[in-house]
Design a protein around this ligand. Structure first.
Ligand code: PMP
Length: 352
C-alpha cells in the first residue's frame, strides 16, 4: 500500500508555511508555563493513564461527563483507535470525497474497503445515494468543516450519513473556526442514537500542532470500548499538561480564532484578482482553483519563493482519468498573506 503522505515540513527558517493548516499564532503563555511546570515535575514516573484532569476540563467544555472523553496523541491517533475498535478485515467504511486522505490509508491498514460519498460542485452529496452507501458501513467519517473544501454540513445533513449499525465520526479538527461553532450539540441530538463520535484536536485552534494532542467525545459505552484498544500511556505528561492549560485559556483561543477569521475573509475577497475562485470556508484554510488550471506550476513557483501551499489532486474515476485539483491555502498572519499576494503577482504572470 501507499502510506499517507503528510504535508512538507521544512525545518529551516524563512518559509511562509501555508500548507498544513497550522495556527500562525503561538499558544497561550499559560500553556508554555504548564509545559515548564510539567518538565520540572516527576518525569521518572508514568503519567496519569486516564488523563483525569484533562478529561474533566474537556467534559465541562462540551457539557458531557468525563467518561465521554478519550484523549490521544493527536486526533489522528483517535482516528486510528476508532478504526481498530470498529472494523474487522473486509468491513466497509465510507467518507465524503474529496475529504481527509488519511481515512483511506487507515482503512487499507485494517484491510477494509472504502466507499466514497461523492461531492458535487457545491461540495454536497446526494441524499439518496449517500444513504445507500452509508447504510452498511461500519464507520462513516465526516470532517466538519471539511478538508480540503472548507465547507460545513448541518446536523440534518450529517444525519443522512448515520449507518444502520455502525458509528458516525464527525471529525471536528477545524470545528472552532466555524462561523457558529458547536460544542456538543450533536452529541445531545437523539437522532444519532448515541452512535456518534466527535473528534477534536489541539493542533489547530489551540496552536499546538507540535505537541500532539487530540480527543474524542462519545457515549461512555463506546468510549469504554475504545479505551481497551488504545495504548495505556498514549498521552505523555507534558502534552497532557499543555492541552489542559490550553483548554482552560479559552480567551486566548478565541482571540486567535477571530484574527484568523478576519484574514480568511481578506483572502476570500482578494485572491480572485489573481484569477482564482475561492470556495467559502468555515475553516482556517481556503480551497481555491485557478482559471488556468495550472495548480501544480503555481505551487512549484510559490515554493521557489519559499512560500508553501498545498497542491491537491483527487482522481475522480472518469473514463479519461480525470482529476479534481486545486490549491489548499492555510490562513496565515496578514504579513504572510501579504507575501503570498506579492509573489502571486509574478507567479501568475509567468505561469499562466
Ligand atoms: N482531521 C482532519 C480533517 C485533519 O485535517 C487533521 C490534520 N491533518 C487531523 C484530523 C489530525 O490532526 P492532529 O492529528 O494534528 O490532531
Amino acid at each position: 500500500m501507499r502510506g499517507y503522505v503528510s504535508g512538507e515540513q521544512p525545518q529551516g527558517d524563512g518559509w511562509v508555511k501555508l500548507n498544513t493548516n497550522e495556527n500562525p499564532y503561538p499558544p497561550s503563555p499559560k500553556v508554555v508555563a504548564a509545559i515548564k511546570d510539567a518538565a520540572t515535575g516527576r518525569l521518572n514516573v508514568y503519567p496519569d493513564a486516564s488523563a483525569t484532569e484533562f478529561c474533566n476540563v474537556a467534559a465541562e467544555l462540551f457539557g458531557v461527563g468525563p467518561d465521554w472523553i478519550l484523549p490521544a496523541n493527536g486526533s489522528d491517533e483517535n482516528l486510528t483507535i476508532i478504526m481498530r475498535s470498529f472494523c474487522d478485515p473486509n468491513d466497509t467504511i465510507a467518507f465524503p470525497y474529496p475529504s481527509y486522505v488519511l481515512y483511506e490509508s487507515l482503512a487499507k491498514i485494517q484491510n477494509c474497503s472504502v466507499q466514497h460519498i461523492k461531492l458535487n460542485h457545491d461540495f454536497q452529496w446526494d441524499a439518496v445515494e449517500s444513504k445507500a452507501i452509508c447504510r452498511h458501513a461500519r464507520i462513516v467519517f465526516a470532517p466538519n468543516p471539511n478538508s480540503p473544501t472548507g465547507n460545513r454540513w448541518t446536523a440534518d445533513q450529517l444525519h443522512q450519513l448515520l449507518p444502520d449499525k455502525g458509528v458516525l465520526v464527525v471529525d471536528e479538527a477545524y470545528g472552532d473556526f466555524a462561523d457558529d461553532p458547536h460544542r456538543g450539540e450533536l452529541l445531545n441530538d437523539d437522532r444519532f442514537d448515541r452512535r456518534l463520535i466527535v473528534t477534536r484536536t489541539l493542533s489547530k485552534s489551540y496552536s499546538l500542532a507540535g505537541i500532539r494532542f487530540g480527543f474524542s467525545i462519545a457515549d461512555p459505552e463506546i468510549t469504554a470500548g475504545m479505551h481497551k484498544v488504545r495504548d495505556s500511556y498514549n498521552c505523555d505528561a507534558i502534552a497532557t499538561a499543555a492541552a489542559t492549560a490550553a483548554l482552560l485559556d479559552q480567551d486566548w483561543m478565541h482571540q486567535n480564532r477571530k484574527k484568523i477569521m478576519i484574514t480568511r475573509n481578506r483572502i476570500t475577497l482578494e485572491l480572485p484578482q489573481f484569477g482564482f475562485t475561492v470556495s467559502p470556508s468555515e475553516a482556517n484554510f481556503v480551497w481555491t482553483v485557478h482559471e488556468s488550471g495550472r495548480h501544480q506550476e503555481i505551487y512549484e513557483q510559490l515554493k521557489r519563493n519559499r512560500i508553501l501551499v498545498r497542491f491537491m489532486q483527487f482522481p475522480c474515476g472518469g473514463p479519461r482519468g480525470e482529476t479534481l485539483d486545486g490549491l489548499r491555502i492555510t490562513v496565515g498572519t496578514d504579513e504572510e498573506v501579504g507575501k503570498l499576494f506579492d509573489a502571486l503577482k509574478n507567479v501568475v504572470a509567468t505561469v499562466c
